[in-house]
Write a protein that binds this ligand. Sequence first.
Ligand code: C2E
Ligand code: MG
Ligand code: MG
Ligand code: MG
Length: 279
Amino acid sequence: NAKAAGRNTFRFYSQQMNEDAVQRLDIQNRLRRALERQEFILHYQPLIDLGSTRIVGAEALIRWNCPDLGMQPPGLFIPVAEDSGLIVNIGEWVLQEACRQARIWKDAGHGKLVIAVNLSPLQFTRGNLVETVTRALTDSGADPACIELEITESILMKDTEQVLATVRQLHAMGLRLAIDDFGTGYSSLAYLRRFAVDKLKIDQSFIRDLPTDPDAGAIVRGVIQMAKSLKIAVLAEGVETADIAHDLVLLGCDYAQGYYFGRPMPAEAFAELLPPPRN
Ligand code: C2E
Ligand code: MG
Ligand code: MG
Ligand code: MG
């Protein structure tokens, strides 16, 4: 009967929730040890200038090489790291490691490469981001102009004095600011201006649908025109085919990133894609 079924359903859900909670706790504990055990690694995905089709930089994307669970993509552990606050320490490691790599590539003669680093909202609110970034730059000797910080629209939407002050300081230090997954949030043109954003990364959901969905085309065209008039650079995320890349060139998009040009890969593999330096 219905009552029994209801009870069973409840038991099923509560058991499921319990298992999820246990699993999250387990991941949390493993994450806590992962930093000291050096189980994180950054992979690098090429950023392409659509005009010249040259590599102009790389986005640093974290992976977790967990001895028990295997290689874990960020989608599986970043949310847990954010819930537990561990993301502040992990994010600090990411900045240190990305700056260290930027310095290595600069010394190898690839001085113009831009390294993009993803930031979590918690790094703005809980960590001392300016201090952390300053230390990463000083420890590595990386050029601030080679580091681009990727933030999501949700950070701009907070629009607190603290976030604004932090962004202004980072800008003054010479770093660049990109808006990640643009189009999926609710930021307005006013935010883009106030925060002096340098680059918009159009979310892959719009890019993927370019060949088939006229609305996606209209949105991408609109974003590119708007960005151009605000003197903000535009990058298309998730470019998987030559057709899409071609469409983007016609639309006047500046930069692209996606499996068509290259997947995220270890630093050594990425370096092999670079032209021999002329130094
Ligand atoms: P994101 O910053 O938007 O990064 C782009 C994601 O799209 C990456 O997934 C990348 O591998 C994937 N991608 C790139 N090209 C294509 C394509 O052509 N097709 C498809 N289907 N996917 C493509 P990944 O590496 O799994 O990272 C997922 C998300 O995790 C990132 O999205 C970012 O939000 C977050 N993340 C990654 N590294 C870090 C980090 O160091 N710190 C923080 N806070 N978040 C990170
Ligand atoms: Mg990103
Ligand atoms: Mg993105
Ligand atoms: Mg994305």
